[in-house]
Design a protein around this ligand. Structure first.
Ligand code: ADP
Ligand code: MG
Ligand code: ZN
Length: 726
């Protein structure tokens, strides 16, 4: 068997000329009857490592995979290579009884070389009984990280695999995954009982990916940054990941409101919508998908140009997997994550209901993400270190920390203190404990262990308290310390660490990036800035003059809150003006020029520095419904039907419409008015508003003295404000 010309077989069955990476070695190892652990990045070609040998070996290979949706596809591919249909099959919960019978028949006849099963199907009593009568060539466990609670996608059924395999009968096992830290790898190997198996690891470095972490100050600011980024990268495909479905919906709406072709995607949407969104993305009908992590598994778009994480991910493995979807073709791939400590705290809170062991794992995974985000060390180095790989270069030139390096400081003394502390604590405690010990903080825990009585307690009292975490992390990276992930993340000394204590030398470090713990939500109306009373008065004056000249009431031009905001934000062009509350595109065009001119002149004269930030159109959270109302009116839905569709009383719908119009959006409800009122009635109310000093409702009702109802007046006022003011 080992003598077969595998390249020939590869060509014969798959039509490929040569193997990718370690494929050939992996296949030979399996043909020789050995177990294997294969770690290969997404797109590396793992499937072929079991598909080809299954065709060459006696019996049927069992492939366990959690991705039921992809099984059929894989089976079709294999069957497509042969004249016969039964070469590959799958068994899962989607099959009908008759299909299961046919599958079993093909297997028993020896025709079937490759059988895909879902883990829960394999574990079933009856499957086990059936498989006992089958000649099994080997077991392939795909997406094997699902075995481990330390992975990003734990599936309990994966835990029972060893037991099932033992009952069915011995055959070589090959476990494959695209993400596994040392801890996950050990878990896989142990759980499957393949200790001492051959291991094949490909490098995880993706040199074309650019990594960046940005502080998340407020939702508004984050939205603004994202919109700016997308506009600067117009026409490119990208994915934005959010943790919650709600956020996905909100952000997608904000992007759409800013003329970006985007769609939401999450597990709560029906499958038709989801597959349409997926297709639209592949066909480039839309540029951006805003998704929960439900999106991406099995998606193979080679030219995704950016992956943005709106929220900090729960684990670095998940982060690596998700960012891995950028730049698969080896070209540009920008990966940005927005980080705030508040988000981190929220994630920790979510875990509180879970079993203690699970919480503990979740916390440790989160701490790794925190370390990644806050560190000023090369992101690539940090990521690869997490996956047990050493990155040698000192500047990757493709991450924010390498492009804007922090000044290094001497950390020799601090490191020495850390190493001595770890030694004094007998290498038996976690990072947090070690840091408290060094700082001389006598926590209950430390007192219980009587560690506050040790000579080394408080050894670092005089140093900058912010130095300890970065020193420890960089000592871990440089191999002076190691974290025993098996044992709750205890910090241990390495041989190099012990040598350093005897023989200290220069150890240059960078301090962490400073993320404030409680970044306040910045007010949408311009944060802490204050209104400029002089400018406000001038703007009012201008409004009065214009109203007089055009013979319209002043409020039609801009209402007071808009002027107030102008006196805070100093908009000087039409674009900026539109970001002022109550100013839509129409209004900015119709009345904006003179206001901008005045503000610009004023700023120049006074030497005022305007807030630089790009202002974007926001969609208030509660206004998802408003978006629907606007769409309904655009489609000329009768307003009473629209009210029913939205589950609103007519009166409430009208209030919402008024809010929309007052905030500067033009709505054309003529189709509805003309349907229910005659022209005279409309004109009479319209003219009233044209001449009136105010748009106040009660004043109008009094004026008409019962001729028209409140509702009539309100509806026509919507038309009036829409046409005149927006
Ligand atoms: P993984 O499971 O590792 O993410 P796949 O097994 O899905 O990757 O393979 C990714 C792509 O690479 C597939 O389109 C596959 O056909 C292709 N591929 C695999 N091996 C080879 C090879 N030796 N030569 C060319 N293409 C290959
Ligand atoms: Mg795969
Ligand atoms: Zn770097």
């Amino acid at each position: 068997m080992t003598q077969v010309n595998l390249t020939e077989k590869l060509k014969h069955y798959f039509g490929f000329d040569k193997f990718k990476g370690a494929q050939e070695a992996i296949i030979r190892n399996l043909l020789e009857g050995n177990d294997a652990f294969v770690l290969m990045p997404t797109g590396g070609g793992k499937s072929l490592c079991y598909q080809l040998p299954s065709l060459l070996m006696e019996g049927t290979a069992i492939v366990v995979s959690p991705l039921i949706a992809l099984m059929k596809n894989q089976v079709d591919v294999i069957n497509g290579m042969s004249e016969d249909d039964g070469v590959a099959h799958y068994l899962n919960s989607t099959l009908k009884k008759s299909e299961i019978d046919q599958t079993k028949k093909d297997i028993l006849s020896g025709k079937t070389k490759l059988l895909y099963v879902a883990p829960e199907s394999l574990n079933k009593e009856e499957s086990i009984e059936f498989f006992q009568s089958v000649n099994i060539s080997f077991y392939a466990i795909d997406e094997a990280h699902c075995i481990s609670e330390w992975g990003h996608d734990f599936r309990p059924e994966y835990r029972k695999m060893r037991q099932a395999i033992e009952q069915i009968g011995k055959a070589p096992i090959i476990a494959l995954t695209a993400t596994a830290t040392d801890k996950v790898r050990t878990d896989i190997v142990k759980s499957l009982g393949i200790d001492g198996c051959s291991e094949f690891k490909s490098s995880f470095n993706r040199p074309n990916l650019y990594y960046e972490v940005r502080p998340k100050k407020s939702e508004d600011d984050t939205n603004r940054q994202i919109i700016k980024f997308i506009k600067q990268n117009a026409g490119k495909s990208g994915i934005i990941y959010c943790l919650s479905r709600k956020k996905v919906e909100e952000l997608a709406a904000v992007l759409m409101a800013n003329d970006i072709k985007a769609s939401p995607y999450h597990a709560g949407l029906d499958s038709e919508t989801r597959s349409k969104t997926q297709d639209d993305f592949l066909m480039e009908e839309i540029d951006v998908i805003v998704a929960t992590i439900a999106f991406g598994m099995g998606i193979d778009k080679p030219d995704v140009r950016f992956v943005i994480h709106y929220d900090i991910p729960k684990s670095l493995e998940g982060y690596y997997q998700e960012t891995g979807r950028a730049g698969r073709d080896g070209e540009e791939g920008v990966c940005i994550v927005f980080y705030s400590r508040n988000d981190l705290k929220k994630l920790e809170k979510f875990m509180e209901g879970k079993p203690v062991a699970e919480q503990d794992i979740g916390r440790q995974l989160l701490q790794e993400t925190e370390a990644y985000a806050e560190s000023s060390v090369c992101r690539r180095k940090l990521l690869l270190h997490y996956f047990g790989e050493e990155y040698q270069k000192c500047n990757c030139e493709m991450c924010d920390n390498c492009l804007h390096p922090k000044t290094k400081i001497e950390g020799e003394q601090a490191l020495l203190i850390v190493l001595k502390a770890v030694k004094a604590l007998k290498e038996n405690f976690r990072q947090e404990y070690v840091v408290n010990f060094i700082k001389g903080r006598g926590t209950d825990d430390i007192k219980d262990h009587k560690h506050d009585l040790l000579e080394e307690f408080g050894l670092g009292e005089d140093e900058n308290p912010k130095i300890w975490n970065p020193v420890i992390r960089q000592a871990l990276l440089e191999g002076l310390l190691k974290k025993d992930v098996e044992n709750y993340g205890l910090i241990k000394l390495t041989a190099a660490g012990k040598r350093f204590i005897k023989n200290p030398s220069s150890f240059m470090i960078v301090m962490d990036t400073d993320f404030k713990a409680d970044e306040e939500e910045e007010e949408m109306s311009g944060g802490t800035s204050v209104l400029d009373p002089e400018l406000f008065a001038m703007l009012k004056d201008l409004r009065k003059k214009m109203a007089h000249k055009q013979e319209i009431p002043p409020y039609v031009i801009f209402q007071d809150p808009s002027l107030e905001q102008m006196a805070v934000m100093y908009p000087i062009n039409e674009q900026e003006l539109q970001n002022i509350q109550g100013v839509g595109a129409g209004k900015a065009k119709r009345y904006g020029a003179e206001f901008c001119k005045l503000i610009k002149q004023y700023c120049e004269e006074k030497g005022i520095e305007r807030p630089e930030e790009l202002r974007v159109r926001t969609v208030a959270k509660k206004s998802m419904q408003k978006v629907k109302i606007i769409q309904g009116i655009d489609r000329k839905l009768p307003l009473d039907d629209l009210a029913i569709a939205e589950g609103l009383e007519f009166d409430d719908l009208l209030s919402k419409i008024e809010e929309i119009v007052n905030s500067g959006t033009k709505l054309n409800i003529d189709y509805f008015l003309e349907d229910i009122y005659d022209e005279d009635k409309i004109n009479e109310i319209y003219d009233y508003f044209m001449d009136s000093e105010t748009d106040d409702l009660d004043t109008a009702v009094d004026f008409f003295d019962g001729d028209y109802s409140e509702e009539d007046i309100r509806l026509v006022r919507v038309k009036f404000l829409s046409e005149m003011a927006n």
